[in-house]
Design a protein around this ligand. Structure first.
Ligand code: TPP
Ligand code: MG
Length: 803
């Protein structure tokens, strides 16, 4: 069941009628899914439902303009569109509602996302690209309102890059940049900053992006008068309209219940955007929400009688039906018969989806019942186990949780018995967890051959006449080599283009590679990341620069909600191997100290977080990441650009491994663990400690996510039996993360003779100036004294109290 996109060619009235009837069929099918979906939630078969009712007809018009190669970035109302492009069946709709973990049944997310969050597959099961030009593409949805907007910008920008940049292999990604990125957003969500930031940026960039605003006057219960100035988003965005002298947008307005006008509008929008590469806004007004916002509440609570009556009359499906009868496309009787047929088809589809979902679970239940019966028969606690068995047996439609928790509880009754039945149950529980846990936890990172941790180290090489240069020169020359090697690589950010970034790591590269590949952006961190996510999803290799680590905060929401979850939430069927470049650590002042590592680290699981201590290490990370298929945040040391480093002779080739630590100094007394700029202070303190007879070992973490995969830190601790983590972040930040890894993942506890320590900053942000820094973050003296105090505790005679 799809809409026929080919409405531009000459057709007979009979063909036309058939097509309209088919569209109506789609609209009603989608509506029936919504109605039945709500009932499934209310009767407890599904947890939560949010549906596309009231938005059916415009989505069919949109689907007719949507071509192979195009991308959607939308939100939870778009089920009709997904059905109309042939990417969502009735069965799949319900499989999503039930959270079926089988990707074949639930292709949107294998049950990881609640229903209404749509996606297509850009990658095959091995992580290889499908040919995106031969399929209709939907980037995977996220729930935060307007969170789909930044990515939309990048999806559109990719077309511009593909049309204008030479040398890229576009086979799987683009046909001369003809693809449109289509966005959808609810009227209320246009109040979000991300919406305005994206709209402005797309106007500046002039990219083929068509945004539809589904306007039903409400955002849950909150009326447009609380959301939008003048209660009209296209009215207030009028200034974006292009004219003879200025580039800008084409803005359309159309009523969401007017089938014929909708089709015409979407055709015109597509034509102008595809051909001229301009952004378009379609304000689809007068939409309704027949069942209210979601299954969590009813709209009768906040809509008055007049509004409810208006919504019944102007329901887009009802209006389409009326129009079809008025225009002799179908009779009332024909449509009634069709509607009956559709109701049955949806009911049948729902039943099939449920049967498919529950079948394996019922088999698992029977297995456990049998195991429990055996266990009960041979156990002195048989009565208790039988009770568990009977309770499980009474659950007709169990969750996996019911089955597994019953089996685990039964094991407690068998602790002191050594029977084959117990072993069988133990084996089943272990095997079940091994099989089922990945359904919920796999694919946070790449599982393909290209995964970052598969990239082996290649050391930088040096000639006898290798020069000592400023660190930024190593970076710059390395970027130049990379841009030569990868025509699909590009970098963009504030001041990244014309001047070659604030620290000159991209100096001269815009001249060499052009303004599309090395570009300046507006001050808009979230959409800089969005550009990167969208372009990476379409096969390019973007490097998005966030000027300073402190301003990653503006981008953090989208990195956390979107970038970090792409691969996970699609079970590895979409990826965005974006590299985020930033600089931080040990500058001075509340918003220029770049220390908030713990917050970042904990919010972006799914992204590699790399903290190179110098520019050669940093360059090596870029080289590694470009060979991999994973996203990463690389934090360069802000105070390292002018420090001298030897220029490697294999620039662009050497690779810093991900997840591997480096020992910077060997020693026997204590292991000091740190990263980034703080290491220089640790090294200084370690030298001074030698003078009082304390020989510390220093380890550079380099890679916070993933963390020390070889467990080298605990190997060091088996020698020193002491450990201290030193960090410029607040206490409980990155240092707590590192210590948790050392204690819980590496089991360092049994090798420790002293309390494991962390040394971190004051709980406030660092004050300005060198003294502000000295009294806010750990200093070399702080480190010296903290280590000395550990040794004092070990041997007060050898290390008498310092102060
Ligand atoms: C950032 C964020 N804030 C709040 C929510 C909760 N929420 C979900 S949908 C919604 C209303 C959206 O209304 P609108 O954009 O008009 O879309 P509609 O549901 O009406 O189609 C809200 C407040 C959310 N998902 N994300
Ligand atoms: Mg709304």
């Amino acid at each position: 069941m799809k809409t026929n996109p080919d409405i531009k060619t000459e057709i007979t009235f009979e063909d036309f009628k058939a097509e309209v009837v088919n569209d109506y069929k789609l609209a009603v099918t989608s509506r029936e899914c919504s109605l039945l979906g709500r009932r499934e939630v209310l009767t407890g078969k599904a947890k939560f439902g949010i549906f596309g009712d009231g938005k059916e007809v415009p989505q069919i018009a949109w689907a007719k303009a949507f071509e192979n190669g195009d991308f959607r970035s939308g939100y939870y109302r778009d089920q009709t569109f997904m059905m109309a492009i042939g990417e969502l069946t009735i069965e799949q709709f319900f499989a999503g509602l039930y959270a079926n973990t089988d990707l074949k049944e639930e292709p949107m997310s294998a049950g990881r996302q609640m229903g209404g969050h749509f996606a297509t597959h850009s990658l095959d099961a091995n992580g290889n690209w499908n040919n995106l030009t031969q399929q209709k593409n939907s980037s995977s949805d996220i729930s935060p309102t307007a969170g789909q907007m930044p990515r939309l910008l990048g999806l559109a920008q990719a077309s511009k890059i593909y049309r204008h940049v030479d040398g890229i292999d576009t086979t799987k990604f683009s046909k001369n940049g003809n693809e449109i990125a289509w966005g959808t957003i609810g009227n209320a969500s246009t109040s979000e900053g991300l919406f305005f930031e994206t709209i402005n940026a797309a106007g500046v960039l002039q990219v083929p992006m068509v945004v539809s605003i589904w306007d039903d006057e409400y955002g849950i219960s909150v009326h447009a008068k609380h959301q939008t100035t003048k209660e009209n988003i296209s009215e207030i965005l009028k200034g974006f309209q292009r004219d003879e002298n200025h580039k800008g947008y084409e803005i359309f307005r159309v009523n969401g219940w007017n089938y014929a006008e909708l089709i015409d509008t979407y055709q015109r929008a597509a034509q102008v955007s595809r051909k001229e590469h301009i952004p378009v806004m379609i304000h689809v007004q007068q939409l309704t929400q027949p069942q209210g916002h979601s299954t969590s509440g009813s709209h009768e609570r906040y809509k008055d009688q007049d509004r409810l009556a208006w919504e019944t009359e102007y329901d887009c499906n009802a209006q389409m039906r009326k129009w079809m009868i008025a225009n002799n496309i179908a009779t009332n009787e024909e449509l009634t018969a069709l509607e009956k047929e559709i109701k049955k088809a949806v009911r049948d589809g729902k039943k099939n989806a449920w049967a498919t979902f529950i079948k394996p679970i019922l088999a698992e239940k029977q297995t456990v019942i049998a195991l429990l019966e055996n266990a009960a028969a041979s156990s002195s606690n048989g009565a208790f186990i039988n009770k568990l068995r009977n309770d499980l047996d009474h659950i007709d439609e169990p969750l996996r949780k019911d089955i597994l928790s019953t089996a685990r509880k039964a094991l407690r009754y068998l602790i002191s018995e050594n029977t084959p039945a117990r072993t069988a149950l133990q084996n089943w529980v272990n095997q079940y967890i091994a099989n089922i846990q990945p359904k919920y936890s796999s694919h946070l990172y790449s599982e393909s051959d290209l995964k970052a941790t598969n990239q082996n180290e290649i050391l930088p090489t040096y000639n006898s006449d290798s020069e000592e240069v400023d660190g930024r020169i190593v970076l710059r020359d390395n970027f130049e080599a990379l841009f030569n090697k990868y025509p699909e690589a590009l970098v963009f950010g504030e001041d990244a283009g014309y001047i070659g970034d604030v620290n000159q790591g991209l100096e001269g590269l815009q001249e060499k590679f052009g303004e599309l590949r090395v570009s300046d952006t507006g001050i808009r961190e979230a959409t800089i990341i969005g550009q990167g996510i969208g372009m990476a999803m379409r096969g390019l290799r973007p490097i998005a620069e966030i000027q300073y680590l402190d301003y990653v905060m503006y981008a953090l929401q989208i990195m956390s909600d979107d970038l970090a979850t792409v691969h996970y939430r699609t079970l590895g069927r979409q990826k965005a191997p974006l590299i985020v470049r930033t600089r931080g650590h040990r500058l001075e002042g509340i918003w220029h100290s770049g220390s908030q590592m713990g917050g970042i680290l904990n919010l972006i699981r799914g992204i590699n977080v790399l903290v190179p201590r110098n520019m050669t290490k940093a360059a090596g990370f870029y080289n590694t990441l470009l060979e991999s298929d994973e996203p990463a945040l690389i934090v360069e040391c802000l105070n390292g650009y002018r420090l001298k480093e030897k220029m490697p002779s294999n620039i662009g080739e050497f690779k810093t491994p991900v997840g591997v630590v480096e020992t910077l100094k060997e020693g026997d007394d204590i292991t000091l663990v740190s990263y980034g700029s703080t290491l220089r202070l640790v090294e200084q303190a370690a030298q001074e400690l030698l003078e009082v007879g304390i020989d510390a070992e220093i380890i550079d973490v380099q890679s916070l996510l993933p963390f020390d995969l070889n467990h080298d830190i605990v190997k060091s601790i088996t020698k020193t039996n002491r450990v201290m983590v030193i960090d410029e972040d607040v206490k409980g930040g990155a240092s707590a993360y590192i210590l948790d890894q050392i204690l819980n993942e590496q089991n360092a506890f049994e090798h420790l003779d002293s309390q494991p320590k962390t040394l971190a900053a004051q709980p406030h942000r660092p004050a300005y100036g060198s003294d502000g820094d000295y009294f806010s973050k750990p200093s070399a003296e702080d480190i010296f004294e903290a280590v000395y105090a550990v040794m004092h505790e070990v041997s007060p005679e050898d290390y008498p109290k310092l102060r």
